[in-house]
Design a protein around this ligand. Sequence first.
Ligand SMILES: [Fe+2]
Ligand SMILES: [Fe+2]
Length: 365
Amino acid sequence: MPLETFPLPAGYNAAEQVHITQGDHDGRGMIISWVTPLNEDGSNVVTYIGSPIVMYETKYFYELGTGRSTRQFNFMTAPKVGPDVPYTFGVIGDLGQTFASNQTLYNYMSNSKGQAVLFAGDLSYADDHPNHDQRKWDSYGRFVEPSAAYQPWIWAAGNHEIDYAESIPHKVHLHFGTQSNELQLTSSYSPLTQLMDERKKVNRSETPWLIVLVHAPWYNSNNYHYMEGESMRVTFEPWFVENKVDIVFAGHVHAYERSERISNIQYNITDGMSTPVKDQNAPVYITIGDGGNIEGIANNFIDPQPSYSAFREASFGHAILEIKNRTHAHYTWHRNKEDEFIPEAVIADSIWLKNRYYLREEETS
Ligand SMILES: [Fe+2]
Ligand SMILES: [Fe+2]
């Protein structure tokens, strides 16, 4: 979408690109970030309306700026941490700012269930525009604000966040937060020591669900980016299986795919076949790189579909992960409705996920 699609908000040097992410383990802290467009000091004050005491599961209104430049938003704090507290995530990856991206975002926003977004990397694709057009970071910030200013987005970084433009004329703020409501998160493109440190914080009696965000998928049957995650898989898969990671979300491949619970795949580079091991201690690997990107859909799957691949489709969309309690979560993938610019998404894949730590039973779609 062109830059003019995302004009500045009204008001002199008004806050723009407002986005929030969860700020502490208990779920009562929120980090609020924004940009002021002019090269002068803008207001750095967040004014909360109502009780100054931060409560669980409470709606807070907040204001940025002063006078005619004031803008108001709101968010809900998370429920009190507990093993059986329900919580619902949206899952989006490789969003970009195309018309498909717009459809994905507004499809997600039209579903009132999502309380926070897990983002699997590749945000603005500014580096894919001529001269690495950094203004595309600003337009991206404005594009996602209608959701990201109102509920926490938890970001993993993708390869398109690594850029080398000579000058960056606008302020860019990225936050890679950790959300710890009933789960622990970490991501690739973080220092590996951070991943190892995070695992020490995991207390499955308090946070039963162990979910990991990476960018390059470890199990992928698309010819695009095939086996690019292999070095990470070989390094970390034994730890994921040993610690009963429930779900691994990835982006990078611009299509949708969900795996069976498998581990220790071996590839035959001569005939292209593979032999994974069925493993009920292994996570489900979900590739959700179908947000909209700028390079088009990845519609070149390996034929025949390998046994580790449970469901795959080259369509844009997003997912919803509804954690119900310590044992069950309901997961749905919502395909964008083709050829129609209507905020309506079709559920094309769904499964009840059973927690690996508490209920290591097989699942059926
Ligand atoms: Fe990527
Ligand atoms: Fe991507």
